[in-house]
Structures are given as C-alpha cells and as structure tokens.
Write a protein that binds this ligand. Structure first.
Ligand code: 6LW
Length: 508
C-alpha cells in the first residue's frame, strides 16, 4: 500500500507537467527568473520525487537579463516520443515559446528552438504517430474582455523546427464568459481526443476543465460537469486553494491520476507559492471524474495497486558548499555556479561583494533555496569584515521589492547586524545591533508568518510579520526562497564574505 500525502511537491513548484516512460514518471515545473531553469523530477510511485536534472542549465539556454522575478520561464510541458524527451515552455522575457529535447531526462538538454508565430503562453505537445502538434493558448484577436483567450493547435515540423500549416482554434473555454483559458494539454484516450485546460486564472477561481472531440481539430464539446476540479466552491478558508493547471497520467496498471497546482495559504497569504498536488481520476461516460466521491484534492491518497513504494535515501538537510553546487540551490537570472564564487577546501563559500543588489534585475550574489514550510530554522556562520557599503548575510526573498535582509555591515568603523524588511514602497529597519569580531551566526526562525532573527544567539527584537511577502499581497507567481547574499551596493569591490554550510530545517 502506498500512502501519498498532498502536496506531493512542497514549496514553489508550480505548473506541473508529467509523463511516464515504462515504470518511471517525470515531472517539470515553472521557474520564472530563477536559475537553473525547469527542474526535472523522477518517481516510481508518484510519491517520492527525486531531482534528477535541470532543463535550462547553460547560459545560452536561459536568457533572463532584466527579468522580474515572476517573468522568465512559464509553464513547461514534458512529453516523450520515440526515444526523445521534449520540454516546451515560454520565456516571457526573451524569445517566447521554445522547446528543447534530450535522450536522457537528466540532461544535457538541447539549446532552445524558439518558435516563430507562436503567440501566447503555456505551450504543450501532442504526438500522433510521428506528427507533432503544438497546442497553445493565446489572447483572441478581438478580445471582448481582459482574459478572453482561446486554445489553438498547429503542426510542428520537428525536422524543420518550425510551425507549419495553419493554426486551428480548438476551444475557448467551457463557461459563458471564460476568463484565462490556458495551460492546455491534449490526449487521445480510447479513441477520443481530450483537451484539458485551466480556466478562471491562477488565483481563487482557478479550475480544471475538459472538452472532448472525435476529431483532433474539433469541434470540442465541453464536459457538462465542468469544472471537473476546483476549490473555489470551498470558500476562502479551505486550507488548499487555487487548484488548477492539471496534467493527466496513466499508470502501467491503467489507473489515472492528475497532477495540478494549488496553494496552502495562512491568513490569506501563500508565501510557499504554488505547490504540486495529486488526485485520482476515473472515467465515467467517457469523461474524467477527479477524486470520485470527494470532488476535491484529498489530503492523502492510498493505493494498493501502485508500484511498491520506492526506497528513499534520507537527504542531508544541511546544504554543504560543494562543486557542483547542491541541486537545491538556485540563483537569480543565472545559475549560481556562474557567480564568481569560490568553494574552499574546508567547505566554505566565498561570496563576492558584487555591485548588484537583491533589488536589481541582474545577477546578484544570492544563492538560495526554496522555502518548503512556513515553520523553519535557517542558520549560517558568516565570516566578514565589510567596509563602506558592503553587506552580507541572509535574505528571505519574495521578489525584488518584497524581502527581509539580515546583513552584517559597517557604520563609522563599527560592525552592525541590521535587519530590514521591504514591502513595496515601505522599508522598515527592524533591528540594528552592534557586533564585534569577524565571525557571526545568523539565525532566521520562522513560525506561521512571524520571523525571529538571532545574531550570535542574541535575539534582535520581537518576531515580525512576513506573511505579506507573497503573491497575494505583492502580485506575481513565485514562492519565497531564502539564501546567502553579499553586495557592495553599486560600488566596486574585490572582496568577499565567507559562509559556512547553510543549515535548513523545515517543519510540517
Ligand atoms: C502560467 C499560467 C498561469 O503560465 O500562470 O494563471 C502562469 N495561470 O498557466 C505562470 O505560472
């Protein structure tokens, strides 16, 4: 018996797309302006997911210069056909819709092939024999209102690497006034074509709908029970919200499941971002029924017929500085391994005081990891002797205008530990304490959206509210990350701060 607890991917892992090759499942997610882009996870049991690679690792693959944190890479789809894995996604900041291929999902993945005349976001692929079809979303040519979108299909010539023939509109949503028809995936199941899509926008009204047709190009008939999955009818206080953007998968035993995104807000704020959930699907009268008898995403699924649970090695919770970097580490707009960092023989990280700050739309010296729970302990030892504008420490980051920064810096020859929270146009210095010596321990203790900061085991002040650092308050699509940071704040510097391993503990 395999017991699967939702979410199956905690933290900022939105827009899941899944495929299966014999007994192995592969799943990818959006990464926006973080790098490396599009992590690839593998599982044998739909429960335990191991990060096996990254689709967009090389500089040439991922152009994010100037991208805001919620721009960049949107909604990838992963598919397998004839010995090759395909990932198709959108870079909303540079180039639009593109696909990459790999024989091994661990990588390396090819350079991106950008598609011309492919407007819109959320591309997907559907293979019929050896013909490949691009399925996309776009705003209608003459939209009647904001969010008036349609789903379209066009043949993609894989040899010529371009869209060919004419695009055909398949569907524009299942409700009278559909807003944001998007996230489409197309499947042929028992001779019938099914178009799965998201409607309602990725927030409270998010939902999964379906339409079917006997012919690939339509006409598509909306399921009379649409939306086949949503949580909007459960009200704002239901613990799991914003459910939508699904992808279907069949097990080797012909059972069906759907992965989809959702949030787990606390006081209306979901700082973990959009996470990935799983639900069972059965077929009745030729339509998918999600979570039969329940009609919502379950807290937990139990399956006797699923592949025996795979063995998982306990992962080392502390992030050690190694070369290559721990795969949990991400940077802003470029792979953190391409920062001018150095890992020393004793496992420390030398992080340069770059001129860029965490607010700049460039590549700051920030090496972070996703927040996986709102109760956490993050701790690091830092050795630094900042001069002038230089500062280094830890950042709890939602976006370039919403973050908490705890840094060691210098003022009039005196070293200080300064904690600042920025919420849009509102900057607040939460504490400023004098410190002595070169080596300091910075601790961030998070509990239900209150953050306590300790320096060298000294409390710096009262816990303060960090719940506003989230998409519900600040807009955007990501979740929070936390990491080490150094900056000379727009000055030149050839110096660096040294960090010990990043101690990270997330509690359920
Ligand atoms: C994604 C789209 C969406 O491409 O948010 O509102 C976008 N829905 O499906 C970013 O995740």
């Amino acid at each position: 018996m395999v017991k699967i607890i939702n979410p199956i991917q905690k933290g900022f892992y939105p827009d899941p797309s899944i495929c299966r090759v014999s007994d192995d499942y592969y799943m990818v997610h959006s990464t926006f302006a973080y790098a490396p882009g599009i992590p690839v996870f593998k599982s044998r049991d739909l429960k335990n997911w191991t990060l096996i690679g990254q689709v967009l690792e090389r500089k040439e693959q991922l152009q994010l210069t100037g991208a805001r944190v919620s721009q960049g890479i949107y909604a990838p789809t992963i598919r397998y056909h004839n010995g090759l894995f395909y990932v198709i996604a959108t870079n909303v900041s540079a180039g639009g819709n593109f696909y990459v291929t790999a024989t091994d999902p661990k990588g390396p993945w090819s350079d991106p092939v950008f598609l011309e005349n492919a407007p819109g976001i959320d591309p997907s692929l559907y293979f019929e024999e050896d013909t490949c079809y691009y399925i996309g979303q776009r705003t209608k040519e003459h939209p009647a209102y904001y969010g008036d979108c349609e789903i379209w299909i066009q043949e993609l010539d894989i040899k010529e690497k371009k869209l060919v023939k004419q695009p055909v509109v398949l569907f524009d949503g299942s409700m009278k006034r559909t807003i944001w028809a998007e996230g489409p995936h197309l499947y042929k199941i028992r001779g019938m074509y099914y178009l799965l899509l998201a409607e309602g926008g990725t927030e409270f009204n998010h939902s999964v709908t379906v339409a079917r047709s006997q012919s690939l190009f339509g006409p598509y008939e909306a399921c009379p029970n649409n939306p086949i999955l949503t949580h909007r009818h459960l009200g704002h206080n239901y613990p799991v919200q914003c459910i939508g953007h699904g992808d279907l998968i069949e097990t080797p035993c012909n059972e069906w499941f759907m992965v989809m995104l959702g949030t787990r807000p606390f006081n209306g704020c979901a700082e973990l971002g959009r996470e990935t959930f799983l639900a069972e699907v059965i077929w009745e009268d030729g339509w998918p029924v999600v979570s039969p008898g329940l009609g919502k995403v379950p807290e937990c699924l139990e399956f006797s017929t699923l592949e025996k649970e795979q063995e998982v090695l306990p992962s080392e919770p502390d992030i050690q500085w190694t070369d290559p970097l721990d795969t949990r580490l991400i940077g802003l707009r470029d792979h953190p391994s391409r920062l001018p960092i150095k890992i020393t023989g004793d496992g420390s990280l030398q992080l340069p005081y770059l001129p860029e700050t965490i607010e700049d739309l460039s590549v700051p010296a920030y090496v972070g990891t996703r927040l996986l729970s709102r109760t956490f302990h993050i701790r690091v030892l830092i050795e630094s002797e900042p001069k002038g504008a230089e500062e280094a420490g830890l950042v709890y980051f939602y976006n370039e205008t919403h973050y908490v920064k705890v840094v060691i810096c210098e003022r009039d020859g005196q070293l200080e530990a300064v904690t600042t929270i920025r919420k849009g146009e509102d900057w607040e210095e939460k504490s400023r304490i004098e410190v002595t010596g070169k080596i300091h321990e910075i601790k961030l203790l998070g509990h239900d959206q209150a953050l306590s900061v300790e320096i060298d085991n000294r409390t710096t002040g009262q816990p303060f509210h960090i719940g506003d650092l989230c998409s519900q308050k600040a807009g955007g699509f990501t979740g929070c990350t936390v990491g080490v940071y150094a900056s000379a704040v727009h000055e030149a510097s050839d110096r660096f701060a040294v960090f010990g391993p990043l101690h990270v503990r997330f509690f359920d």
